[in-house]
Design a protein around this ligand. Structure first.
Ligand code: AMP
Length: 394
């Protein structure tokens, strides 16, 4: 049976149709610029790629197009879709697990929109667009995995009333990815996940680490929003909070403008002045001797290493470290920077092996390392499909 996974953004929609018997991707695609005259959708299946540059007025038209494409080229009827799994960024404190979508779940997602105003309303568009199909739907939340964090990890040291009044606390994100790669690590290590302490490092354009204690999220680096934690492609991550009011006064900035600077003009882009893409920065640093590019790479590595070290301190023993997402999977240099000189923590990389691993599962620590270091390509869509399948099969 097949599961359709949807990730709806405000003007985009990505999908994958996954055959759950062998977990293979039957088709995938993405629509962009929905609502604009130059909207388009691409579909991929087997070795075929189809592009349709029609005007997609709204998400409903896109969903109709996806189903029309799937039933023409991939499946014989809509009955072959057992359920639809929707990626939802924010489930607040309401959703500790994935949930079968009904009116109360829709209301819950709406209630969390305040916490993710760019994401949740967009996901709802995807849900509304599918409602008429009468296929069971499941909401899978990026925040749910981190709902196991204890209060001392999720509370901020600001007046407690702001937690009570506005629910200001650490939520954490990338939960579906941290969950997937930690499960894979336990399978690769042939150990029960509940018996493992793992630090997962999701290092893409957005980046976060998760301290996983006995298989459950114990702490994570993103916070109330995905701006917190380690430095990222264009996001600052944690900085001295006093910088915000200082800069606002000095530069006469509005809250929207400072928000923009910290979210879109900081991180690797902010320091290097070149790009948010590590490939461009590595090229500038290593081939043209650009000092700011090198500084951006060093600062990124250092922020991850600092966070990794603090998680090693709170976990009381780390069985595995997992690298995933764009940089984690594809940049051996970044992995080496983070893991070097950690022998006294029991972390010993096999530097030669590490150099040869890009975008595939592998153990990259030496055989005498106490902590096993792994590369595991993430697969959030498959995780969403699995959780969807599990719920609709109950
Ligand atoms: P993601 O958000 O997981 O898609 O990761 C995207 C980021 O991964 C890009 O912005 C790059 O910085 C980084 N990345 C992807 N491929 C490579 C590569 N071959 N070498 C270094 N960095 C890479």
């Amino acid at each position: 049976m097949n599961i359709l996974v949807l990730n709806a953004g405000s003007s985009s929609l990505k999908y994958q149709l996954i055959n759950m018997e062998n977990e293979s991707i039957l088709a995938k695609g993405s629509a962009e610029k929905i609502g604009n005259k130059d909207s388009f959708i691409t579909h991929k299946y087997g070795n075929e790629k189809i592009m349709d540059e029609s005007f997609f007025e709204n998400h409903e038209v896109v969903v109709d197009n996806v189903l029309n494409f799937l039933t023409t080229h991939v499946i014989s009827s809509i009955d072959e879709i057992k359920a639809i799994g929707h990626r939802i960024v924010h489930g607040g404190e309401l959703f500790k697990h994935a949930a079968i979508i009904d009116d109360s779940v829709i209301k819950g997602i709406e209630d969390c929109s305040d916490l993710a105003p760019l994401h949740n309303p967009a996901h709802l568009k995807g849900i509304y667009a599918c409602k008429k199909l009468n296929i069971p739907m499941v909401a899978v939340f990026d925040t749910a995995f981190h709902q196991t964090m204890p209060e001392e990890c999720f509370i901020y040291p600001i007046p407690y009333e702001f937690y009570e009044k506005y629910k200001i606390r650490k939520y954490g994100f990338h939960g579906t990815s941290h969950k997937y790669v930690s499960q894979r690590a336990s399978e690769i290590l042939e150990k029960n996940l509940d018996d493992l302490n793992i630090i997962t490092c999701h290092l893409g354009n957005g980046a976060s680490l998760c301290a996983i204690k006995n298989g459950k999220s114990y702490n994570t680096s993103m916070g109330f929003t995905p701006l917190a934690g380690v430095m990222m492609g264009t996001r600052s991550g944690d900085i001295d909070p006093a910088i915000i009011s200082y800069l606002m006064e000095k530069e006469n900035l509005t809250s929207k403008q400072i928000d923009d600077i910290l979210n879109k003009k900081s991180g690797l882009l902010g320091i290097s002045g070149i790009s948010n893409d590590c490939r461009d920065i590595e090229n500038e640093a290593w081939n043209n001797g650009n000092k700011r590019a090198q500084l951006a790479l060093d600062k990124f590595g250092l922020r991850v290493k600092e966070t990794l070290g603090s998680y090693a301190a709170i976990l009381n023993g780390v069985d595995a470290i997992v690298f995933t997402a764009g940089l984690g999977e594809m940049s051996p240099e970044t992995r080496e920077f983070i893991c070097k000189d950690l022998e006294h923590f029991g972390i010993k990389l096999d530097y030669n092996l590490n150099k040869s691993i890009r975008g595939k599962e592998a153990i990259i620590s030496s055989s005498d390392s106490k902590t096993t270091v792994l590369v595991v390509p993430t697969n959030e869509e498959l995780m969403i499909a699995r959780e969807t399948m599990e719920l609709v099969s109950q």
